[in-house]
Design a protein around this ligand. Structure first.
Ligand code: PRP
Length: 203
């Protein structure tokens, strides 16, 4: 079991920013009678839950699940579809809700996939972004925080599927993640997955 890491973004700071984002989104979508929030599983589940409950416009919720890396791939390589949306989105106003934009590969895949289904509009809301890694031209309509290029956990973000339920976002010691590259740790149900990710990218 990993020890809770030092705080990067406190629970209070996250809550304040989520409230601000919800206010901005509610103003922008005023008059839209059924905004569709699409949460990207697994990492976005906590952010989506908090954001959606602060919106003042009518909205529905759906989820899509993807995973970034396959064996031997690199950070921006293939994104694997795990679970699709339940509802058609043609003609709908869609807001894609992500916990983190790292290499930007997931967002690129999802925006291309969803745009092909002809929504009335598609915007992106991401709680965090690593500006050192995300492509400069990648558009994020609603952004919570820019963060350093380090592996972050908590508030939905994981390390080997652990630490997602921390109430704050913390930064893992690089020594922990480096041990995983050499195959020494990364326990938990998703541990093998974490080791593969480490070879391809930092987060
Ligand atoms: C994480 C995160 C984003 C994605 C961002 O998902 O939740 O969806 O990585 O990375 P990128 O910008 O480099 O594509 P991950 O595939 O780790 O799955 P998870 O949400 O189930 O943890």
């Amino acid at each position: 079991m990993l020890a809770p890491p030092p705080v990067l973004l406190s629970a209070d700071r996250i809550a304040g920013r989520v409230t601000e984002l919800a206010g901005q989104i509610s103003r922008d979508y005023a008059g839209v009678d059924d905004l569709l929030l699409v949460g990207v599983l697994r990492g976005a589940f906590i952010f989506l839950a908090d954001l959606s409950r602060r919106l003042t416009v009518p909205c529905s919720v759906d989820f899509i699940a993807v995973s970034r890396y396959e064996h031997g791939s690199t950070a921006t390589a293939d994104v694997r579809s795990i679970m699709d949306l339940r509802v058609p989105i043609a003609g709908r106003h869609v807001l894609l809700v992500e916990d983190i934009v790292d290499s930007g590969g997931t967002l690129d895949y999802l925006t291309r996939t969803l745009r092909a289904r002809n929504p009335a509009s598609l915007r992106i809301c991401a709680l965090t972004r690593k500006p050192q890694r995300a492509p400069a031209g990648l558009r994020i309509d609603y952004l919570g925080f820019d963060i350093p290029d380090q592996w972050v956990v908590g508030y939905g973000l994981d390390y080997g599927n652990q630490l997602r339920t921390l109430p704050y976002i913390g930064m893992l010691d690089p020594a922990v993640t480096q041990r995983s590259v050499s195959g020494a740790t990364a326990s938990g149900a998703d541990g093998g997955d974490a080791r593969l990710r480490m070879v391809g990218a930092e987060r």
